[in-house]
Design a protein around this ligand. Sequence first.
Ligand code: 6PG
Length: 474
Amino acid sequence: MTELAEIGLIGLGVMGSNLALNIAEKGSRIAVFNRTPSRTAEFVAEAGALAGNIVGCDTIEAFVAAIRPPRPIIIMIKAGEAVDQQIDALKPLLSGGDIVIDAGNANFRDTIARFDRLKDTGLTFIGMGVSGGEEGARHGPSIMVGGTEQSYQRVEKVLTSISARYEGDPCCAWLGTDGAGHFVKTIHNGIEYADMQMIAEIYGILRDGLGKSAGEIGTIFGGWNKGRLNSYLIEITEKVLAAGDASTGRPIVDVILDRAGQKGTGKWSVIEAQQMGVPATAIEAAVAARSLSSIKAEREAAQAIFGAPDHVFPLEDGAALLKDLELALFAAKIGAYAQGFAVMAEASREFGWSLPMPTIARIWRAGCIIRSQFLDEITKAFTETPDVANLIVTPAFSAMVRESLPALRRIVAAAVTAGIPVPALASALTYFDAYRQARGTANLIQAQRDFFGAHGFDRTDGLDIHHGPWSAGA
Ligand code: 6PG
């Protein structure tokens, strides 16, 4: 009898194939199944030396039988209905303790529902966020797990063996029950959107405000990647800006349409933040900017009506300005991460997860798309002050904000003057300004609400009077 596989995987698309090869390479035997058996055969044939650890199965029955019980089965297919269909197909073949693992970018609310549906069947469900794109899946992703702790124990060894490592520490952790892993992955993506949008806004200033070429801007990002902005996204920005287009000889970025796609996770972050009443303005701005980017025809028509702004940037080009741009991006980045972590803190309370903030920051340090040295600093800040209300008021980050905020203010002000849109940078700036304003302007809103709807207000002096003179008909 052939040796049973340690784990199974369904769905040999790009991510599934890479994850399966990663598992096989790290020494675990894996059974694989794909809807079209020819793909399974092709996958095994192309696996080379790793094929010895791969059991290609043509039927779902053979696939299930090839895995050691309790069977962990990773489903890596398109999020949505297909996942439910796959679970339904598997259910009659599985037995008590088997674990269905959805490793796609599922909406965590679907994950909670799936977890609940399987609860009384003896089977269990893990919602697993996997970040790092194709390369990460193949050589070391960041893995965010949600499900029962017991089910995690069954897969911990395999998952930690394939995950990325930061200074030897695996970027994989159990974060809480049911939808916790997919929720954290969603917020990871929300932060990813903000990070990318802020980088694009700085690129816009350099391109439109300072007239720099893609190559020149790439070199600037390359320099920043050696400093405090050091991160995967800055690194690939340098590479992207340096790349040429074979058919025109121009920089490839100059021939790519300025219309960004989005598959949903960014939007879900914002929806959930709004739902819980947590301000995540930089993430919201990033999602809205993608939507605005996609209405290209409308933008072209509007430019024909209003003309393009003159883009005269009021600050002089030079080393000081570049330093300001670097610091501005850093300050705004702090704002976006602070918002993302605040959303997770609230969700943790709302969904009863006890999300471990230092652990989340720790497993994002390598493998995932937002990986950076900066996340190590966040890990330290949350480890030192785990119950802090907001990242920006931790001692380490408040010092960084104090240092970088003036640059963000100068850059946003200059961009606004030049007519260069910087919605995410500006949102981060406004977030800081509003967050540290002990007396804001909502007193007026309360008065208006009370005026038109007798909604009531509390007074600064604590007097037990909750309506204004207007409600008495004055
Ligand atoms: C990751 C990425 C990955 C994917 C995003 C892209 O962490 O590996 O976030 O999950 O690239 O889903 O999302 P959009 O298509 O919405 O930009």
